[in-house]
Design a binder for this molecule. Structure first.
Ligand code: HEC
Length: 166
């Protein structure tokens, strides 16, 4: 049964990836029934993809120990990294720019998922279900940012600060 579910999810991802990667068709013929059913399918499939969450993502980070209170030195360094490498595509509020806004990202994602994502982006895009779900709504794929482990951890601390964590 689980296996069957995985097949459905894999099929859905392929569908979503193709959909996101291809240009929209010109709607000049009366294919609206097909278009509607495709839309429905995408919605259903997205729910399925989200149901198959592997919340730690794919990569070597499987157990990140967060510190309380926040480490302000890391926050400052993370902010500088954000301003030079992430700012062009991510806002700090909820608004979508090229990628999703960062508000609540530390609630949506586990620390491990975030660290794996920013250090192992390409593999995550190939394999991780949650990342694939994002692709359905984003026009481009996030390029690998070549962050070191320390830089990734600093950015995570900055995201926690942005989310009001103490
Ligand atoms: C060229 C644009 C671009 C840049 C630069 C970029 N990203 Fe992204 N990011 C994206 C896109 C697009 C997504 C959505 C997933 C996808 O389709 O690849 C994303 C998704 C994310 C997510 C998941 C967000 C969520 O809501 O789940 C995180 C975390 C993230 N990026 C972190 C970073 C960090 C950290 C940097 C800088 C070091 C960065 N990104 C730089 C485009 C970008």
């Amino acid at each position: 049964m689980k296996r069957f579910f995985i097949y459905i999810i894999t099929g859905s991802i392929t569908f979503l990836a193709i959909r996101c990667g291809s240009k929209p068709q010109a709607p000049n013929n009366s294919d609206s029934t097909l278009a509607d059913s495709n839309h429905m399918k995408t919605k259903t499939d997205t729910v399925l993809v989200l149901a198959g969450i592997n919340s730690k993502g794919v990569g070597r980070f499987q157990n990140i120990q967060l510190t309380h209170p926040l480490d302000e030195k890391m926050v400052a360094s993370g902010k500088a990294i954000y301003q030079s490498k992430c700012f062009a595509c991510h806002k700090l509020n909820k608004e979508m720019l090229v990628g999703p806004g960062w508000t609540d990202v530390t609630d949506r994602r586990t620390p491990e998922w975030i660290m794996n994502w920013v250090t192992n982006t390409k593999v995550m895009l190939d394999k991780d279900l949650e990342a694939q779900a994002d692709m359905a709504i984003c026009l481009i794929r996030m390029p690998n940012q070549d962050l070191t482990d320390k830089q990734a951890r600093d950015v995570l601390e900055f995201m926690r600060k942005n989310d009001g964590k103490k």
